[in-house]
Design a protein. Structure first.
Length: 284
């Protein structure tokens, strides 16, 4: 399969400005990394773009923010995959392909730093790409979007909130899985699965500069996210804080209709006493 976002050596070098020029008689840098570019592009479309939004992305101009950021993700992901297999060197001005005996191979430490730098650049681009995608109406209706809103943390800021400043995408994937488990438990015992589903669809509004339906929802979302982060960091479940959220939702139940009509809500309804002759406490 041919690449569709990065299609030439010149275009690739826009994202890797410190790569050396190709020496005469050598295959272009683009040709050397083409297998990794193809793999990185497939990964991008499967993980972030989806089939629905794919043709719309490809129809955009190269300088459109969404496409530009997606291409940046592909370039850095491809190099991240390719570096261990390429004869790369690092110089004070950047890195390049070893082309003659006058250039010494880079040390293992420098290659490790290069890989770390590529990963950081890729993760930063991923975070920006997700932000852009949530603003695209066509993407918002796609199955790919539902993967990100299967949790109250649809972007890489979850890694930062949990204290991870490196390997943010890799850490996000593990944290996301654990967050979903915690959210499900909190939903069943406190806010209800029905209300959690609403919050998950609304959370992008808080993260991506839209306006939530009510300030009450904003308040609960902020508290829930804070509680989940604390639990992901290993702190015990803050039972009282969760009970306070339930109390708040019950006092504002017109704003939390899904919770009001759920089985979870009935867990917090006091039993109704019925005065029956058979009861020991029967009175006239």
């Amino acid at each position: 399969m041919a690449t569709r976002l990065i299609t030439s050596d010149e275009q690739l070098r826009r994202y890797l400005p410190n790569a050396f020029a190709t020496a005469q008689g050598e295959p272009p840098f683009f040709d050397k990394v083409l297998p990794w570019l193809e793999a990185a592009e497939r990964w991008l479309f499967q993980q972030f773009i989806g089939d629905t939004f794919e043709p719309l992305l490809l129809a955009m101009g190269e300088n459109e923010p969404v496409r530009l950021t997606a291409t940046c993700v592909v370039a850095h992901e491809a190099m991240l995959r390719a570096v261990p297999s390429l004869d790369l060197v690092l110089t004070p001005n950047g890195f390049g392909i070893v082309s003659n005996q006058n250039v010494a191979p880079a040390s293992r430490e420098r290659v490790s730093r290069l890989i770390a730098s590529l990963e950081t650049s890729r993760d930063n681009a991923i975070e920006q790409l997700i932000t852009y995608l949530f603003r695209e109406t066509e993407w918002y209706d796609s199955p790919t979007r539902h993967w990100f809103t299967a949790t109250l943390f649809p972007n890489l800021d979850l890694a930062n909130l949990c204290g991870f400043t490196e390997h943010r995408w890799a850490n996000y994937l593990g944290l996301r899985s654990n967050a979903i488990t915690i959210e499900t438990e909190i939903a069943n015992d406190y806010v209800s699965p029905e209300q959690l589903a609403v919050f998950r669809n609304e959370v992008f509004c808080m993260d991506f500069e839209f306006t939530l339906q009510t300030s009450q929802h904003t308040s609960v979302l902020q508290q829930l996210r804070s509680i989940i982060v604390r639990m992901l960091r290993g702190e015990p479940t803050p039972i009282q804080s969760l009970r306070d959220i339930v109390d708040f939702m019950r006092k504002n139940e017109e704003q939390f209709a899904e919770f009001r009509h759920s089985d979870t809500y009935r867990l917090y309804e006091p039993p109704i006493f019925e005065n029956k002759k058979k009861s020991h406490g029967y009175f006239f």
